[in-house]
Every structure is written in structure tokens, then in C-alpha cells.
Design a protein around this ligand. Structure first.
Ligand code: 5GP
Length: 135
């Protein structure tokens, strides 16, 4: 059965898209630790990040870099933290989280809630920067 993230890539489940290319897709985490918390995934479904073939792995991290730079342009923060867990969704993904302190990337912290309008506004602002820098 297709993973929930494959369904997002295929448009069967909606997402607040940040960016995509032929191989990768980035969208806002629905239960964010911080405003702008983004997930970056390979479109090809694979559970474990370190099982991803080298070429795609490099492409994924290069793609994530462009997304991270767009996030930090829009969201005031010291830097973008990066985390890989994969304990909930068995489709390889990288968390990009705007952080000001170590506590901002503590996954035990309560998640933030945003309205649909707020999610759209956050994604739209980051997407605009990403597109201006990468196309
Ligand atoms: P992990 O697998 O890295 O432990 O956590 C999966 C992450 O995916 C969580 O942060 C969770 O909020 C996020 N997530 C799970 N289902 C969905 C979904 O349907 N849409 C979005 N945008 N994020 C999701």
C-alpha cells in the first residue's frame, strides 16, 4: 500500500507544498515544532533514509539545502535544524526546523497549531522565495 507521503506526492492527499523537482518534494509538516517546519522527501517510496541509493540521497540533500535557505529567509531564526526520525511514517524524510535553541527541535515538545489560512500563508511565502532562487 502506498505511504501517506506517496499519496501526498500523487496529490491524493493535500499538502502545503514548498517545492518539488523531478525526484524530490517538500511540504509543511502538519504537526509542526516551529513555524516553517518542513519535510523533504524523495518521491520514490523507501522507508529508511540510509537505504536510499547514493545519487538520489545526494540529490535529496542538495534539494533540502535550497529549501532550508528559503525557509530561513522567511522565518526569523538562528538557523535551520535538521532531523531524521522516521518512526511514524515509513517513507524516508528529512525534517527542516527553524531553531533558535536546542529546545526548538525537541520532538517531545508540544506541536504548534495553525489554521489552514496560516499554513497556506507560510507555505506560499517560502515557496515564493524558493522559486525566485531556484528557477
Ligand atoms: P517521523 O516519521 O519522522 O517520526 O514523523 C513523521 C512526521 O510526519 C511527523 O512530524 C508528522 O507530523 C508528519 N506527518 C504525518 N502525517 C502527515 C500528513 O498527512 N501530512 C503532513 N504534512 N505531515 C504529516
Amino acid at each position: 500500500m502506498a505511504s501517506i507521503f506517496t499519496k501526498i506526492v500523487q496529490g491524493e492527499i493535500p499538502s502545503y507544498k514548498i517545492a518539488e523537482n523531478e525526484l524530490c518534494y517538500a511540504f509543511l509538516d502538519i504537526n509542526p515544532l516551529a513555524k516553517g517546519h518542513t519535510l523533504v522527501i524523495p518521491k520514490k517510496e523507501m522507508d529508511y533514509l540510509f537505504d536510499v541509493e547514493d545519487e538520489l540521497y545526494k540529490e535529496l540533500f542538495a534539494f533540502a539545502k535550497g529549501v532550508a535557505l528559503a525557509i530561513e529567509t522567511v522565518i526569523p531564526c538562528k538557523r535551520i535544524g535538521i532531523a531524521v526520525l522516521g518512526l511514524e511514517v515509513p517513507h524516508a524524510h528529512i525534517h527542516l526546523v527553524p531553531i533558535n535553541s536546542i529546545y526548538d527541535i525537541d520532538f517531545k515538545q508540544p506541536k504548534l497549531e495553525f489554521s489552514e489560512e496560516e499554513f497556506k500563508e507560510i507555505a506560499g511565502s517560502i515557496r515564493e522565495v524558493y522559486e525566485s532562487e531556484n528557477q
